[in-house]
Design a protein around this ligand. Sequence first.
Ligand code: SF4
Length: 296
Amino acid sequence: MVQKIEWSRTRRDLFLKCPRAWYLRYGHQTYSSGINEFQTSRRPWDLMLRAMKEILVERLEDMREGKQWSPLLLEHQLKFSLQKQIKQTSHNISKRYFEALLRYANHRFAMLWRCRIIRQLEQRKYPCWYVLDRTESVPIGTRRIYASPDLAVLIQNRWHLVRFDMQSAPKKTSDEFEANAMVLWAKHHGGFPQREYSYRLHTIGWRRGFWHTETFQPNKQSVKQCYKLLEYDCNAMLEVHQYAHSNLALLPLANSKKTCESCSFRARCPGGENLVIARHEQTMLELAQQSASSKA
Ligand code: SF4
């Protein structure tokens, strides 16, 4: 059976940080299994980001219908969503920490509502815009691609695709490639134009205390390049997947100790205890395996 590989920025990030963690998280779960062990052991901070994202989508959908949220309603919704997220995990967090997380979320929301595009939508400057579902994937060849923008806004014959990152990583060269994936998604989704020049891309992410907006103009070449890189990622994931079937113990470990510190699988991974020793043991195991197969 051909293994179906799913690509998303989150999957890619984890794969680049630790192929083993990627495999444990995505590699051997069935498509329908949804919540798994990783889900239940997410850190409270990540749950706060998830709650924010959930409420952002709800608030934008209400805004589209002309409903405004009061600060009190926002606080209530955030609290409810965070409580719901925490109930699904094994974490027991103190009331004080919970309140602190809520304050962070509220503050970020207040700042986000000052962003230009949000203000323009609130002022009803553009009549044609949609809130999209990030969990909606499109098939591209044998792959499933999760790269939906959060918003699609039609401004002067051009679709502005907007993605919100509740917590952005520092700027990197692959940002443009990842943004271009939104065009691939739109072109395969249907209902959007095929011409690359009909789009403009925006990523709005929280970094170092502010919401930063990055804007990219896609073209034929950048989208083609994005497709190639995406294929490259998927092939590398497929390789790790096949490797895991022959020997899970030899799956590449994390690049950095920092990744292990916040990893949900550290309790059952040798890298979680001591990454340097685990890497060394893995090399010995590889050598033993190579010598056994050369004798056979
Ligand atoms: S503990 Fe470290 S090496 Fe092990 S899966 Fe997690 S990130 Fe990877």
